[in-house]
Design a protein. Structure first.
Length: 275
């Protein structure tokens, strides 16, 4: 079934006299097999990543097909879950300026771009961690997996968003980083975009796109510390900042700092669709 899907974008449950299957059905089958077999693989993460079992390798290939090849809209890959919260809140407040990325309707907002949800299962199958190191692992295997699909995919770009700091050094090496360029094309349909440098800074993270007022917001008498470890008695981290500061107060926060990164997304769309 996987072979048929990867070659022709469709497969049948049973044989061709049966009904066509869906991605959700096939993912359910693969997930079940993986969950049964995975507990018996006691190797460490590095061994699993570099020498996957047959089931793990097939499941990875399927996830590449589903998330990166067979797209119905552009996809954004972020370093962490909090980045997605920031971007969605920014888009809601800036929707009039970025109609290519989001649309306001009577019942709410419709995002014209998707965001990769790196679930625990996704990270387990790929044997990767959060942050820039996990993105490096995806880059390492992107070409290998994507070249095997023969159907009508890659209709939309995949955009990997990275902080422009020392943590992304390995990513920059792989994509031939040019500080004069707002983004880099990697391979297939994959681009890498960076958080913009501001005010003469030599490094930047996505939190730097917020103004000082937002970053200095106190929650239950505690102040924001974006770096781990934090002192839980006096500080709070990124998850609390994303949920209790940004998401809870998005209608009053100034998101102007995010305009440049959203502009970069749109420039990538132009580059991909024109080529």
């Amino acid at each position: 079934m996987c072979h048929a899907l990867f070659q022709s974008d469709e497969f049948y449950i049973g044989n061709k006299d049966g009904s066509k299957g869906s991605l959700n059905q096939l993912e359910g089958i693969l997930s079940y097999i993986y969950q049964v077999k995975a507990p018996h693989d006691n190797r460490k993460g590095g061994a699993k990543k570099n020498s996957p079992t047959a089931v793990m390798k097939l499941y990875r290939k399927f996830l590449f097909y589903k998330h990166f090849f067979s797209l119905d809209r552009p996809l954004i890959i972020c370093e962490g879950k909090t980045d997605i919260v920031y971007l969605k809140c920014a888009l809601r407040q800036l929707e009039k300026e970025h109609g290519r990325l989001i649309q306001k309707e009577a019942n709410g907002f419709v995002f014209k771009i998707g965001f990769l949800n790196m679930t625990k299962n996704f990270k387990d199958v790929f044997a990767i961690s959060d942050g820039a190191s996990g993105l490096v692992s995806l880059l390492d295997s992107y070409i290998q997996y994507m070249e095997t699909f023969k159907g009508h995919g890659k209709e939309h770009p995949v955009i990997m968003l990275c902080d422009d700091d020392r943590g992304s050094a390995e990513i920059k090496k792989k994509v031939k980083y040019d500080p004069a360029m707002p983004f880099s094309f990697y391979a297939q349909n994959l681009y890498v975009a960076y958080t913009p440098l501001r005010g003469g800074a030599v490094e930047t993270t996505i939190e730097d796109l917020f103004d000082k007022k937002t970053l200095s917001t106190e929650v239950e008498g505690k102040t924001f510390n974006r770096k781990a470890p934090i002192d839980p008695k006096t500080e709070y981290g990124k998850i609390v900042f994303a949920e209790k500061v940004v998401k809870a107060n998005q209608s009053t926060i100034n998101f102007d700092g995010f305009k440049e990164i959203l502009n970069r997304f749109e420039r990538i769309l132009d580059d991909y669709y024109q080529n």
